[in-house]
Design a protein. Structure first.
Length: 259
């Protein structure tokens, strides 16, 4: 593991205190976080995780908070919750390199315990993997840059006389237009993902997926910690999930962390 409880600790404390105005509650948050820090370095990882979970439940949202929670769970050998916490940190800050590195380590260890092979598809559909190559602001920025580039070349073309130079500009603009279409499609897909596609992470080391929303329903297959799934429906504390190959089933809501 890379450094834990050391990335942006001071910044995290300041951010958490700013999020909760009442002085008494702010002091409680400060004390809880510092106690989690002390517990972690003393090897009391369960106590550290419990303290950080109390902060998350307030609710507080900060990438370093989830990162530290992931580190505590990793030390406890609870890889599902660790992966879930690192994923949440990266959702808030995609450029968080320590979280990405630790996520890779946790996933590698989880794969050694039990790996899910989805026949007929990868873990995620192609379109989902494509749109998640960048965050929403990235696709917005790229689309706007390409739009202005296409517009700029069109204006420039009006001032260029017919000839090789104009033909070259037309070719460049055609390429830019194709890139703009692709970028717009990825942007639309990212917006759809944010609004309509709800995903989660399997938390237990091994999770039985049932044919119906009932503990007595027959177990259809099993999944392992860290697998990303899509939510389709929720009924009475049960979620219907869908895998990358289209396979569906029911699991208890608390067994899958919602991203």
């Amino acid at each position: 593991m890379t450094r834990c409880f050391s990335t942006a600790t001071a910044v995290l404390l300041a951010a958490l205190l700013l999020l909760v105005p009442p002085r008494a509650q702010a002091e409680t948050i400060d004390a809880t976080y510092r106690r989690a820090l002390a517990d972690y370095y003393a090897g009391r990882h369960a106590a550290a995780a419990a303290a950080l979970e109390r902060l998350v439940a307030l609710p507080l949202r900060h990438e370093a908070l989830f990162y530290n929670l992931g580190c505590a769970y990793y030390r406890l050998g609870r890889l599902g919750p660790a992966i879930f916490a690192f994923e949440r940190a990266l959702t808030l800050e995609p450029g968080f390199d320590d979280a990405r590195h630790n996520l890779q380590l946790a996933r590698a260890q989880a794969a050694r315990r039990g790996r899910d092979v989805l026949r007929g598809a990868s873990d995620e559909p192609i379109w989902l993997r494509a749109v998640t190559l960048g965050e929403l602001p990235t696709w917005w920025g790229l689309t706007l840059v390409l739009w202005w580039a296409v517009l700029g070349v069109l204006v420039w073309l009006r001032r260029v006389a017919p000839g090789p130079g104009r033909a070259g500009l037309l070719a460049v603009n055609a390429l830019l237009a194709l890139l703009l279409v692709a970028s717009s499609a990825l942007l639309a897909g990212r917006i759809h993902l944010a609004r309509s596609v709800h995903q989660g992470i399997v938390l237990p080391d091994k999770l039985a997926v049932r044919e119906g929303p009932d503990a007595a329903a027959r177990s259809a297959y099993s999944l392992h910690a860290g697998l990303r799934v899509r939510f389709v429906d929720e009924v009475n504390g049960w979620r219907r999930i869908r895998l990358g190959n289209g396979l569906e089933g029911w699991v208890r809501s608390e067994d899958v962390g919602a991203l």
